[in-house]
Design a binder for this molecule. Structure first.
Ligand SMILES: *Cc1c(COP(=O)(O)O)cnc(C)c1O
Length: 451
């Protein structure tokens, strides 16, 4: 069948405000040409992020009603704990309110100034927490990752050659190594089981622990199943279990493959690690059996984690992204290949090749998508990663897909919007910053079009 079958039906709807082009021009002007400053209700299709924006299932909502809000040892905690033990087989399990809280407490308890933490690519909050602990966060993405149109199946992989050199020279300064699945910073690209296994073997020579940043572990499991032949008939749960079997600990944001709107966790095997983490958790997040979450959140995430591992759900999710990707490719629109697990990336440097990086071609494209169709996307280019006149190595625009939220008609509409902007790409105008903050300027900068 050519049509994507969404393996759910809709029991409750949420109205979207339909806006006109004229209204959107006014709104964007009021937001100083920065889509972060728009009101969400003025965005007809909001693809700013896939984090915490997913739709919960009827079973998750039902589970929320069963939330046990007891302070210590609640039934909901037991449900959460048994679910995570089943998936990760880790001895010690701690809920946190978000992924970054788990990262913060990990850095606080396990990282010393001057240490080095390698990762296939650190997510920005992971990097920030490690750097805050005065350690060095090193990215070691595989070589294939830098070629935006190379069709290599596992572009999220760790570069094992560079890791081997780093270990040889500095192993005494490396408290642990991390692998992020999927590689979010690298575009949601997958990491192969072989790469995780090989990383583990390399680390065994130095007895260095491996920590998985598991935010999109179920999407990664699906990639392993469809691209690594020996897993083609494995269940996603078995693939996830094998992946965690190579790790000593894991952090996760449950706002991704937890299919929930909030939550995170830290899990580990080592008793000393657990002891230190527990003490820090009580100080900063809450008692260890709720860790900053309500009992109902623990219930919703326990159910969500299982749903994320359902094959028909992942098939639908990946089919949607591939559908979008293939339609854009057919129209010769420049996109990053192959499709990642949670987003499609437009290559703004090629899309608007008449706009130099200093004039933010990505922002020009983001703004045009908003005016054309009320679509909110995000620039990952010189506004986000540049500094002053210094531009970023790539000018990308990310369309991140909330889980189970938009239908195939929404995707068809989205493709039409991109197509219209592509047809009129020569009219896109560069921008200049008229006001910016000293850090993370992309969130709040004011911009003006250059005529
Ligand atoms: C989202 C994310 C985090 C941080 O999680 P939050 O819940 O947003 O704090 C960490 N690592 C990766 C790979 C992520 O995608």
């Amino acid at each position: 069948m050519k049509t994507i079958f969404e393996p759910f039906r809709i029991k409750m709807t949420e109205s979207l405000k339909v806006t006109s082009r004229g209204e959107r021009i006014t709104k964007l002007k009021e937001a100083n040409n920065n889509v972060f400053l728009l009101d969400a209700e003025d965005c007809m299709i909001d693809l700013l992020t896939d984090s915490g924006t997913g739709a919960m299932s009827d079973r998750q909502w039902a589970a929320m009603m069963l939330g046990d809000e007891s302070y210590a040892g609640s039934r909901s905690w037991k449900h959460f704990e048994s679910t995570l033990r089943d998936i990760t087989d880790m001895e010690y399990i701690f809920p946190t309110h978000q992924g970054r809280a788990a990262e913060h407490l990990l850095a606080l308890t396990r990282v010393k100034p001057g240490q080095i933490i390698p990762n296939n690519s650190h997510f920005d909050t992971t990097r920030a927490n490690l750097e805050f602990a005065k350690a060095q966060a090193v990215d070691l993405p595989c070589r294939e990752a830098s070629d935006l149109s190379a069709n290599f199946p596992f572009k999220g992989n760790m570069d094992l050659d560079r890791l081997a050199v780093l270990l040889k020279d500095h192993h005494e300064r490396i408290p642990f190594v991390m692998i992020t699945v999927t590689n979010n910073t690298g575009g949601g690209q997958p990491v192969s089981m072989k790469n995780i296994k090989d990383t583990r073997q390399l680390l065994d020579q130095y007895r260095i622990p491996l920590i998985i940043d598991a935010c999109r572990f179920a999407e990664n499991a699906y990639f392993v199943r469809s691209k690594e032949q020996e897993y083609e008939s494995s269940s996603l749960l078995d693939i996830a279990r094998e992946m965690f079997s190579y790790a000593d600990a894991a952090t996760m944001s449950l706002k991704k493959d937890g299919l929930a709107n909030i939550g995170g966790f830290f899990v580990c095997r080592n008793q000393d690690w657990a002891e230190d983490f527990r003490n820090a958790l009580i100080l900063q997040e809450g008692f260890p059996t709720y860790g900053g979450l309500a009992g109902r959140d623990l219930e919703a995430t326990a159910v969500g984690l299982r749903e994320a591992l359902q094959l028909d759900y992942q098939q639908y999710r990946h089919a949607t992204i591939e559908y979008m990707m293939n339609k854009l490719l057919k129209l010769n629109i420049p996109v990053v290949q192959p499709a990642g697990g949670h987003a499609v990336f437009l290559d703004a440097a090629r899309f608007a090749n008449h706009i130099p990086p200093q004039q933010f071609p990505g922002v020009a494209l983001v703004n045009a998508l908003y005016i054309e169709g009320g679509v909110r996307s995000v620039e990952l280019g010189s506004l986000m990663f540049g500094k002053g006149d210094q531009s970023a190595p790539q000018e990308l625009v990310r369309l991140a897909f909330p889980r189970r939220v938009y239908t195939q008609s929404h995707f068809d509409y989205l493709i039409e919007v991109v197509e219209e902007v592509w047809a009129a790409r020569k009219q896109l105008k560069g921008l200049k910053i008229v006001k910016e903050a000293p850090f993370l300027r992309h969130f709040s900068a004011w911009l003006e079009e250059i005529d």
